[in-house]
Design a protein around this ligand. Structure first.
Ligand code: ZN
Length: 175
């Protein structure tokens, strides 16, 4: 992994191409990885988000951070995550730190079992439901280059048309 200088990391907006690319598995569980996770947690907190995936800060590796409660001690770092079980479905509105001003109704599993590695490389398995399960699925989608706007209904497309157009214009303007 060769990330840009950590100080320079920022949350990239749609349509940055890296957001649509599948990320690579993490192989080295080193200080660079730990520093990246720390920086991503800070950026997530600053943006008042509940989750952030590495491609969103321009690093194409399979890592995401989340904190569903926003409380201290609630931070979670997931490396090379994969679901071993997804059950139930529910549709809820979601936003994304990389697509400000856009909300999309997304159908997701209501219960998930996630296998991941921690920053030391240890495998851990955890079950979650509802909001936490939803955040995991949203962030895991980022690692496959899948965004909430890839799953819009016609109604969502119409409702978000202006915001998406603005994001494209800002990107073109080199913002
Ligand atoms: Zn997102």
């Amino acid at each position: 992994m060769n990330p840009p200088s950590l100080d320079k990391l920022r949350i990239l907006h749609y349509p940055s191409p890296i957001l649509s690319r599948a990320a690579e598995p993490v192989e080295d569980f080193d200080d660079t990885l730990r520093a990246l996770a720390t920086r991503m947690l800070a950026l997530m907190r600053e943006a008042k988000g509940v989750g952030l995936a590495a491609p969103q800060v321009g690093v194409g590796i399979r890592l995401f951070v989340c904190n569903p409660t926003g409380e201290e001690g609630g931070d979670m770092v997931c490396v090379n995550p994969r679901f071993t079980e997804l059950t139930g479905t529910a549709e809820e509105e979601e936003g994304c730190l990389s697509i400000p001003g856009v909300t999309v109704s997304i159908r997701r599993a209501t219960s998930a079992v996630l296998e991941r590695r921690d920053l030391e490389g240890h495998v851990m398995t955890q079950r979650a439901t509802d909001l936490v399960a939803r955040i995991w699925q949203h962030e895991a989608d980022h690692l496959d280059g899948r965004l909430i706007i890839d799953q819009m209904s016609t109604a969502d497309e119409i409702a978000n048309r202006r915001a998406i157009k603005q994001l494209r214009e800002q990107y073109q303007a080199g913002k």
